[in-house]
Design a protein around this ligand. Sequence first.
Ligand code: UD1
Ligand code: CA
Length: 459
Amino acid sequence: MRNLVSIILAAGEGTRMKSALPKVLHQICGQPMIVYVLKAVLGAGCRKNYLVVGHKGEKVIETIGNFLPLRKKGIEFVKQNKLLGSGHAVFQAKKKLRGYRGNLLVVYGDLPLLTIRTLNRLIQTHYKQGNSLTILGATMEDASGYGRIIEESDGKGIRIVEEKDATPGELRINQVNAGVYCFRGEDLFEAIGRVRPDNRKREYYLTDTVHILGGMGKKVGMVMAEDCREVEGVNNRKQLVTVQKYVNMKNLERLLLAGVTIVDPSSTFIDSAVKIGKDTIIYPGTTILGKTRIGEYCKLGPYAFIQNCRIGNGVEVRASFIYGAKIADKAKVGPFSHIRPGTSVGEEVRVGNFCEVKKSRIGRGTKVSHLSYIGDAFLGKGINIGAGTITCNYDGVRKNITRIGDGTFVGSDAKFIAPVKIGKGAVIGAGSTITEDVPAGKLAIARARQVIKDRKKKK
Ligand code: UD1
Ligand code: CA
């Protein structure tokens, strides 16, 4: 691991996002954008990382803690109380770095596509050239919104001009500042001390350190990003969706190369943390989110929505919503079913057409094939649940439990008024409203007897 420390800027509000959520917490394929930046910086070997927080800082800290082990990864937070600019933000870390003599990687928190590879190229060049500062640049077709890198004609090195302060001539330059820098620590803080807020926004710009260090006779170098998409800064939701599309495509490519068939990548959305086994086929219109794990030989979709689930091998899910559930090997779900959190569907189970299952356990080989509601229930193995069966779990105050033993046969349109327990191998007559426990092996019929009467004749 390198003896390198990072400062990551994440204090801004992100006004252009027009959101109550701080910008760096906006998610891209299931992960806040700041987490992508942190992972890249950690991957480049930074052992100590100071994250500058300000706007809704507590929330930023808490959220990052849900995705990364802060202490283990050497992540510490520094407060920027007044948001006076990127230079001012970096300055807040000075106290923490007293006595530190090494190099500092400074990265803006809104660059989620930044790669470890590019960070490594920047750091290596910085060391090799013995620079005081090395900046990352990129050539953009449309440079609007970015600071432009100006190469001084008299060979006096480079400076960065922000779009708002640029002349029309400078605006035509398409070489932009990416917002990633490698500094020699002492030089950084000396230069920041000299930054003045003499610009249109009246902020302390970190970018001013580029010409300040040049003017001090220090060596300033530059590395160009090989792929300009990698340094796309996210300032508004239009850029967020561009970046999200790119990350989604990368996730799909990773899965395709690992042996997963994705029939139509353009209509498939898969979060970054999702894992899928080989020979699984994903049909169009499918979305798989969160920490979902899926086995091999599954068929998912068309139109499956799966979030935070554990799915075994050979499972089929068609046109259904499944959240926070476990689906065991060879189970079949859908079409048009809703499996809600806390549900465990056993091996070879069938939850069929138009069913809802909530917080229930369904044993191996049981069939819930049509139009049922199963809530707060424990269903054993090999049960047949007839069409339209409902567990009446809610009495207006409490949620009550239904237990049905192995091998029971439930006729269509049965209602179980919970709490109620059905023994193994029982038979429940179609249309029954079961209010009392049924012993094992017995037949229960609980419905009004049919009567046949003569019809009244019309006069
Ligand atoms: C910045 C650069 C610009 C560059 C672009 C790359 C400056 C002055 N400009 O512009 O040259 O082309 O990024 O994407 O640096 N932040 C703080 N505290 C502050 C202000 C900002 O922590 O007081 C953080 C923000 O949370 C953000 C980062 O610094 O993560 C960059 O700020 P932003 O406002 O997005 O800068 P840009 O206008 O994009
Ligand atoms: Ca930005």
